[in-house]
Design a protein around this ligand. Structure first.
Ligand code: AMP
Ligand code: MN
Ligand code: MN
Ligand code: MN
Length: 278
């Protein structure tokens, strides 16, 4: 049996629903051997996560998932095995959280134009960490108020790219995000590449730029990937000489294929990003 390694998950410090210690407990209960918490643009849950993991005898890798703009679209770069106290990383993430705060006001204004008042206050009721307000918190409010039938529908109708309450963002560039992660002693990994709507030329540009900046790996196995996409990114990782990662992208209980430790194993011919850590 290969080790069950899950290096992508969220707590209530970003847009997950469980506090860090409960994500740790769930990872352990689901048979995960090594776990990373990787909240969006936020590292404030890592101390609680590390302490809980230690208690459980669960291997822990400190992580973060950074919002980045590349070719006019948002992508996510995982920083794994980072030192969250490193000053460049800390100030970079603080800047992103400031932009999220401003964006939240604009999302609320756009929802008001759709006839939905007080969405900011509503979203805030789903936020534990006000610095880290995101679209999922708005989606939970819209669902609760009956403006949609599912979180997915909240994105399809209002919050998704190009939809009525979508606010285009300019997050930091790829080079800066990779530099912060490397300065913090971590490895940069492109999260769920199958989710990006790039042309083949733009994907090539992404992988080339990522490699040139010192990026280490691709998240080959993700709950956001179909089996065919896992195969495709496994082959691409090999072709580009990237290491490979595996992560559930767990946010909340209730979606079995996106639960901790439940995504397929990494193909054996790939080099795991965690090889030197565990
Ligand atoms: P944000 O970083 O605030 O722009 O929100 C991005 C987050 O929204 C992702 O990490 C997912 O958790 C969630 N998300 C994005 N697209 C969808 C979708 N179509 N359905 C449900 N959740 C989504
Ligand atoms: Mn999320
Ligand atoms: Mn993501
Ligand atoms: Mn994620």
């Amino acid at each position: 049996m290969p080790l069950n390694v899950d290096l992508h998950s969220h707590s209530s410090r970003s847009d997950g629903v469980l506090p860090p210690a409960q994500v740790a407990a769930r990872a352990h209960a689901q048979g995960v051997d090594w776990w990373a918490l990787s909240d969006h643009d936020e590292t404030s849950g890592l101390a609680e996560a590390a302490a809980a993991a230690r208690e459980l005898g669960l291997g822990f890798i400190p992580g973060v998932e950074i919002s980045v703009t590349f070719c006019e679209r948002t992508i996510h770069i995982l920083g794994l095995n980072i030192d969250p106290e490193q000053p460049d990383l800390r100030s970079g993430l603080a800047g992103i959280r400031g932009s999220r705060f401003e964006r939240a006001g604009e999302i609320a204004e756009r929802l008001r134009a759709c006839g939905i008042a007080d969405a900011y206050e509503g979203a805030l009721r789903h936020v534990e960490n006000p610095e880290l307000i995101g679209r999922v918190h708005f989606a939970r409010h819209l669902l609760e108020q009956g403006h949609c039938k599912s979180l997915q529908q909240a994105f399809d109708r209002y919050l998704g790219e190009g939809k009525r309450a979508f606010v285009p963002m300019r997050w930091p560039g790829l080079e800066r995000a990779v530099a912060w992660i490397r300065a913090a002693g971590g490895k940069a990994v492109i999260a769920h590449p199958g989710r990006y709507r790039y042309t083949p030329q733009q994907f090539d540009a992404l992988f080339d730029a990522f490699k040139a900046h010192g990026g280490a790996g691709l998240e080959v196995v993700s709950s956001g990937h179909t089996p065919a996409q896992c195969d495709r990114y496994a082959r691409l990782a090999q072709a580009y000489g990237f290491e490979a990662s595996r992560g559930s992208d767990f946010h909340a209980p209730g979606i079995p294929r996106a639960d901790l430790g439940r995504v397929p194993p990494l193909p054996e011919y790939l080099t795991p990003v965690w090889r030197d850590w565990i």
